[in-house]
Design a binder for this molecule. Structure first.
Ligand SMILES: Cc1cc2nc3c(=O)[nH]c(=O)nc-3n(C[C@H](O)[C@H](O)[C@H](O)COP(=O)(O)OP(=O)(O)OC[C@H]3O[C@@H](n4cnc5c(N)ncnc54)[C@H](O)[C@@H]3O)c2cc1C
Length: 496
């Protein structure tokens, strides 16, 4: 076995988890090479420029930024020298058709007061919601999010056993919608809290109430804005990785993971085979097995799960500013239940969708020319199963424009100075995520989160997986957990 300083690891993909695993392994002494088929780091966390406007392509909501800082401190660096963020207060502005605006506040008492005043729930019910969500996060964090579910010894320490004994408290058998409705007794509050399921491409009428922990990240731990936009995180992590000695090969498609005698021994990229001691795939796990491990027997359960939902994304450079809007704005559907039915049952985009509008130029004026704003307008959509996307996108664009114009009391179309649209086909093409699913497999089933692919495979030694399509799941915080779990597994594999 090669000594640690000579051990080489290939990371396939420069998504957020690929970058984080590269930093962790390089810091532990490995020689790491990241292969990225695209021209830059970030994967789904991409960036685009259009007529003087800068746009993020993927994540816009930043939570638990100290998880990103942890990578810099691990390497003995001051994170503030390399990237920065600010807490948003208010965080989100939820707008309803009857003119109600509900804002989320960093202080839990102010948040509970706001929900009580504007949605008709009570302050106590809202505080109970937060307390229950915190409990869900505490229980799942130890048992599930922060470690591999698939290593038996992880179940035998005291905090995990105590978490397992309290598993009923995470409400795995009740849907989010049912739990929220039973507690809050206020349709507007329920609609706001249910829509956190969409952060995982899930349906709150199917997904377990366990997913209420997602809202805890944002509502209680805070919503943050990355200075320079979300892509500044990807850029800062690339620079950190380079300082740790990581080599990047862009525009380099890995075609095959080389396996000999049941052991991953390298990769073939651009027709050339190269030896590595370990291989970490940050590519979608379905693609990894189907394209890169074609001649290997793939595991069944985790690959047969349905895929998560997707989005239609409009990037609009607006030729004027809208002082009434914040950084994060959600224009709520009048019938959320029907919206979820449209997406998950009818596999189409709802006629009256909930519309998320993110405007980073409110915080980073340099993201748009003077007097302009950069609107990131996102609508939930089913994943791609051959729908007529050209027709659907045009219809959605018209409906979204009509809805926002109505709710803002001004005609929006004339204000759009430049525009680009991305539908699930485009997301698939950009990030190689099958069907344009943005969160890997669906987490709608009661135990679907437990069926995610592990961070390793018993079928092939030295092969590991990280990122949003594997354990513990999608989103920046979970991808960072995934990278930490995977880096630990790689190091443990070679320990002693
Ligand atoms: C529109 C949108 C909005 C989102 N909003 C949020 C949000 O607000 N907050 C949040 O926390 N999360 C959000 N997410 C989810 C979050 O972006 C993802 O969970 C996360 O970025 C996934 O990262 P990853 O590490 O799994 O890698 P990915 O981003 O999936 O990157 C994988 C990389 O692997 C590369 N690759 C694949 N195959 C190969 C190959 N054979 N050879 C070489 N390279 C290969 C791809 O090109 C890609 O760069 C959003 C996602 C999208 C798309």
């Amino acid at each position: 076995m090669a000594p640690a300083t000579e051990r080489r690891c290939a990371v396939i993909g420069a998504g957020i988890a690929g970058l984080a695993v590269a930093v962790r392994l390089a810091h532990a002494g490995w020689r790491v090479t990241v292969f990225e088929r695209g021209p830059m780091v970030g994967g789904k966390m991409g960036e685009m420029r259009l007529n003087g406007h800068r746009f993020d392509m993927g994540p816009t909501v930043l939570t638990v930024p100290h998880h990103i800082d942890a990578l810099f401190t691990l390497c003995g660096e001051d994170p503030r020298a390399h990237w920065n963020y600010r807490q948003l207060d208010p965080g989100f502005h939820y707008r309803f058709e009857d003119g109600t605006v509900v804002r989320t506040w960093a202080d839990p008492d102010a948040l509970a007061d706001e929900f009580a005043a504007r949605t008709g729930t009570s302050r106590e019910r809202m505080l109970t919601f937060l307390a229950r969500s915190r409990e869900k996060l505490e229980i799942t964090g130890r048992v599930f999010l922060e470690r591999s579910l698939h290593v038996p010894r992880n179940y035998f320490d005291r905090p995990t056993l105590s978490g397992l004994l309290r598993l009923g408290r995470i409400e795995p058998l009740t849907s989010m919608a049912r739990s929220n409705s039973a507690l809050l007794h206020a349709p507007k509050a329920v609609a706001i809290l249910n829509q956190f399921a969409s952060y995982n491409g899930a349906n709150p009428y199917q997904a377990p109430a366990t997913l209420n922990l997602i809202s805890y990240y944002e509502l209680a731990l805070g919503s943050y804005h990355a200075e320079g936009g979300m892509y500044s995180v990807a850029r800062a992590l690339e620079a950190l990785a380079r300082r740790q000695g990581v080599e990047f090969r862009f525009g380099t498609l890995v075609e095959r993971i080389l396996v000999r005698d049941g052991r991953a021994c390298g990769v073939q990229a651009d027709g050339t085979a190269e030896r590595f001691d370990a291989v970490v795939s940050n590519a979608d796990v379905l693609r990894t097995w189907r394209m890169l491990l074609k001649d290997q027997r793939a595991p069944r359960t985790s690959l047969r799960q349905p895929r998560s939902g997707s989005v239609v994304l409009f990037h609009w450079g607006m030729g004027r500013s809208f002082p009434e809007l914040g950084v994060h704005n959600m224009f709520m559907s009048q019938d959320a239940r029907r919206e979820y039915d449209s997406i998950f049952r009818d596999r189409t985009v709802h006629d009256d969708p909930s519309v998320y509008v993110h405007i980073s130029s409110k915080m980073n004026p340099q993201d748009a020319p003077a007097g302009h704003e950069n609107w990131f307008v996102m609508v939930s959509a089913p994943n791609n199963s051959g729908q007529d996307w050209d027709g659907l996108v045009e219809r959605t664009r018209e409906r979204v424009l009509a809805k926002l114009s109505r709710m803002l009391g001004t005609e929006l179309a004339p204000a759009i100075a430049c525009a680009r649209v991305t539908d699930p086909r485009g997301i698939e093409a950009l990030t190689d995520s099958p069907q344009g699913a943005i969160y890997g497999n669906s987490v709608d089933g009661r135990f679907a989160s437990l069926l995610r692919h592990p961070n390793f495979t018993r079928r092939i030694d030295n092969l590991f997986f990280c990122g949003g399509s594997v354990h513990p799941g999608a989103s920046i915080p979970l991808c960072l957990y995934s990278a930490r779990i995977t880096a630990d597994l790689v190091r443990e594999r070679y320990r002693a």
